[in-house]
Design a binder for this molecule. Structure first.
Ligand SMILES: [Zn+2]
Length: 327
């Protein structure tokens, strides 16, 4: 039907077929031209544009973004709200690293997905910054009570020491300094900006540290239980005692898990139980009521808002929680 319609049309126009071909050629040429332009634009962008920094997860993103400001493009590989400890790399992570100038990681074995991802990205010009360089890792300073069911899963996790250094404001400052120095080495023309931005953020970290010291000094040796071995650095800094009951299953507490927690509470004269934001606490809640302990929320800062200032908000909430719980 359509064919005959066109035939009939061109037939009526006689020599009208020639302008039609001309039009088609013209439009193909136009197409090619715009394609070439787009390609050229995207090829030019990285070299003429800002330094591209890829960070692994939220705290490292905050610290890097705070130092870089708008002087560099800062991306995050593990989206906030996604579990970092067991993260599996996505193809877009490989692409992000392949086109980056700088990669910033927390280190201390936290980013287990990274080694393979970097290998696959084949970016020989990539500068890597280990935010925990020079920080002495803690192994088992906190008593860690492994639940029977999860023991196997957790064993490999702390082979390079505990990675949660960002939860101690003093070590967070060390991480910011490492990131600052790494960025200056990779992108020296923006040295002054990186130094000024880092100085502002470091001042805030020092104020936060003072606030922690002042508020917690009246409650020495406050012992608390967490279900995520995230606070040994914070506890050591402010003379608290973390007992980590590691990885209680969120959906179901087995009788041995319950026994484990009860025994641990008795053994260490525990003052508080701390869960995490976003975890369904129904079972822990009833357990804490049975034990006559408050169940509260302590934030390991592995999820949250991407604004670098969120670090201070979340840490001040943690301080409030600890101060109240340890009284
Ligand atoms: Zn963690």
């Amino acid at each position: 039907m359509l064919g005959t319609h066109i035939e009939a049309k061109t037939g009526r126009r006689g020599s009208g077929i020639l302008p039609l071909i001309a039009l088609v050629i013209l439009s193909i040429a136009g197409c090619n031209q715009s394609n070439t332009n787009q390609k050229a634009a995207s090829e030019v962008l990285p070299s003429s544009g800002k330094t591209k920094i890829v960070t692994t997860f939220l705290p490292v993103y905050w610290f890097t973004k705070a130092v870089a400001g708008d002087q560099a493009d800062v991306e995050i590989l593990v989206p906030p709200g996604t579990e970092v400890h067991e993260y599996q790399a996505k193809p877009e992570n490989v692409r992000a690293i392949a086109t980056a100038n700088v990669l910033v990681k927390n280190g201390l074995g936290l980013e287990k997905f990274l080694e393979e991802t970097i290998k696959n990205a084949q970016n020989s010009k990539l500068t890597q910054i280990d935010a925990s360089a020079g920080i002495k890792p803690l192994g088992e300073i906190s008593p860690v009570v492994n639940t029977a069911t999860e023991e196997k899963n957790h064993n490999h996790e702390h082979t390079e020491g505990n990675p949660h250094v960002w939860l101690d404001p003093v070590l967070a400052k060390q991480q910011v300094i490492n990131i600052r120095d790494g960025l200056i080495a990779a992108d020296p023309k923006n040295k002054a900006t990186y130094e000024a931005n880092a100085a502002t953020y470091i001042k805030e970290l020092e104020n936060l540290h003072n606030e922690f010291q002042q508020n917690l000094q009246n409650n020495p040796n406050c012992t608390f239980i967490t279900f995520h071995d995230a606070y040994p650095y914070l506890a050591q800094r402010y003379k608290l005692k973390q007992v980590a009951v590691v990885e209680i299953p969120e959906d179901q507490l087995s009788p041995s898990d319950v026994r484990n927690v009860v025994n641990t509470v008795k053994k260490y004269k525990v003052k508080a139980l701390f869960s995490e934001p976003g975890v369904d606490n129904k079972l822990l809640k009833s357990l804490s009521q049975d034990l006559n302990l408050n169940l509260q929320t302590l934030d390991s800062l592995e999820t949250g808002d991407k604004n670098p200032q969120h670090y201070f908000k979340a840490m001040k909430d943690n301080l409030q929680t600890l101060t109240t719980a340890c009284q």
